[in-house]
Design a protein around this ligand. Sequence first.
Ligand code: KG4
Ligand code: ZN
Length: 340
Amino acid sequence: MLVLGIETSCDDTATALVRDGRRVLSNVSTNQDEFHAKFGGIVPEIASRQHVALLSAAVQDALERAGTGLEDVDGIAVSVGPGLIGSLVVGVASAKALALAGGKPLYAINHLHGHIFAAFLETGIEPEYPLLALLVSGGHTQLVSLAGPTRLRILGRTRDDAAGEAFDKTARLLGLPFPGGPEIDRLASRGNPAAFAFPRHRPEGDALDMSFSGLKTSVKYFLETPAGAAANRADVAASFQAAVVDVLVDRLERAASRDQYRAVVLSGGVAANTALAQAFMAWAQRRGLPGLVPQRRFCTDNAAMIAAAADRQREAVRADPRTLSADPNLPFELPAAALA
Ligand code: KG4
Ligand code: ZN
């Protein structure tokens, strides 16, 4: 099946053509960072307007790069949520129009499911269930169990900041530009992760929840002390990063010791983090589980992952192109009716 994927949930205007949920024929992304960087974060109105300006050309570009036309496409997949409403509606409107005009099936994809299936792009590996997935992005951080491609359940989530948000906020404290995750990654590679002992907060209780706002605050207070002001920034970045990695690996370990899994995936924008990806793979190996991290270009928001999800979720996510609407607060689990 050849799927055209469209992703506009946040600030990337992305399109892709993917065959059989794994071969990426084209993957186009117009990053808007330059428009948002001066505000230190994403400005929803700017993102929405940029999507309107860029999306038609991005669809055309993806088709041309794949050497194909709309007539050869078997389905159109679009992120319907969660995300910024003004951004989501642009992709959804365009996908609906293309599906109606071309008489193609339309697939309404949860952006977060896309992140999980990104791990299988260009690998030749198919997901094995039950699958454990740790999703770490700018807006979400959650541990997920998949009994099948459409049967997803949240085991634990962050109670405050998402992991990516913690990276971005800590980067700002360190005077680094937005988005801060890659900046901390780079700076930390020259620092000592054991230089400072920042807290590893693990909320009590049965749920495998996480919390990162206390960590960010403790970096903030530390930087305000004389020792902090004089500290090597690379050491601070590496020590902060090590605390995030420890908490995430701890949650994975707890989940894997409670239930049996056949594979484990790390995904979302923060999966691009060098130290986290290394610690994750080392942990999976210790556990004897096949571990998978998407290629870097598929970690952050992209449209190939949306097509990859559509190919595996098929009828459960089939939508009516006349009535589909974006949902900025889309629930993570598919409704029971869709699984019947
Ligand atoms: O998944 P994503 O592209 O967008 C969302 O759906 O949120 O994730 C973006 C997040 C940002 O917070 C960014 O700082 C973080 O991923 N990120 C990283 C790295 N690359 C991106 N965080 C740590 N290390 C990285 N190398
Ligand atoms: Zn994302």
